[in-house]
Design a protein around this ligand. Structure first.
Ligand code: GUN
Length: 283
């Protein structure tokens, strides 16, 4: 079998075009420009690249964008003050604090300081709790994009065995909850899992989100599986996913490339969450 490539770049482009149209409409009808504030602390080069991409995408769909680039020495108190300011700013409908944050700053405290309705990352304890409960919530961008990519194949998720590799709060855990909501039978594997291959060989859907380059080998994948690779590690200046791509292509039915798979969808979902937050202000 030669896997069909799930083109996250093309799918996200279509979504961004739809968002762009809606942004124009609400500007005209309600005189509201959806606004996103991104906060980044420290000097992590990869995070700065991602934030730059978020900023560019935001303005390209006609949204207002502001980026606060803060030094490594920023204290939790200073960061909370900025969030307070952004919480009260009517131009801003979405706030995103890029993680990881430098040591000494507690991500959970920061995220839960953001007004729930402006928490476009969906990392606030109330939003995560509501997601867990199956109630209305803002859904974290990467897992939301992953579900869209799986659905883009036309395959039904209901009743399928899904294995999520990785248990981060940003991707693994919420992806597992979303797959469960779609009626998949979900297993979460992680660094302490004894025999990863044993679990993966039963998976109709694989979501790799562990940040270990090519951990998921081709011979661990079931014939015909849908493989979503959310891994992005820079190795020798090149972006490498969590899946051994060329070998996995020989067995999977559908697979996302790295780059060009999950990454562009994360940004499209961020724009979607920001647009939705702004639309709540349109009356
Ligand atoms: N770092 C890596 N992915 C993300 C994300 O989706 N949101 C935030 N805030 N930080 C990230």
């Amino acid at each position: 079998m030669t896997a069909k490539v799930i083109d996250g770049k093309a799918i996200s482009k279509e979504i961004r075009e739809g968002i762009s149209k809606e942004v124009s409409e609400i500007k005209e009808k309600f005189n509201i420009t959806p606004g996103l504030a991104v906060v980044i602390v420290g000097n992590d080069p990869a995070s700065h690249t991602y934030v730059g991409m978020k900023e560019k995408s935001c303005t390209s769909v006609g949204m207002y964008s502001e980026v606060h680039r803060l030094p490594e020495e920023t204290t939790q108190e200073e960061l909370l003050q900025l969030i307070n300011q952004l919480n009260e700013d009517n131009k801003i409908h979405g706030i995103l604090v890029q993680v990881p944050l430098p040591g000494g700053i507690n991500e959970n405290i920061i995220n839960s300081y953001i007004k729930t309705e402006k928490d476009v990352d969906g990392f606030h304890a109330i939003n995560s709790g509501n997601l867990f409960l199956g109630e209305d919530s803002i859904v974290p961008c990467t897992p939301k994009g992953i579900i869209e990519l799986i659905k883009s194949t036309g395959a039904s998720i209901s009743g399928k065995n899904a294995v999520v590799v990785g248990r981060s709060n940003i991707v693994g855990k919420p992806a597992a909850v979303l797959l469960l909501q779609e009626n998949a039978t979900v297993t979460i594997c992680h660094s302490k899992t004894k025999d990863l291959k044993e679990y993966l060989l039963k998976a109709d859907i694989v979501v790799a989100a562990v940040g270990k380059p090519e951990l998921v080998k081709g011979d661990m994948i079931k014939e015909g599986a849908i493989v979503i690779d959310a891994g992005t590690t820079v190795v020798d200046g090149k972006l490498v996913g969590d899946v051994e791509y060329s070998k996995a292509c020989e067995v999977a039915s559908h697979i996302t490339p790295v780059p060009g798979g999950v990454g562009p969808m994360t940004i499209a979902m961020l724009l979607e969450n920001t647009l939705e937050a702004a639309k709540k202000k349109c009356k």
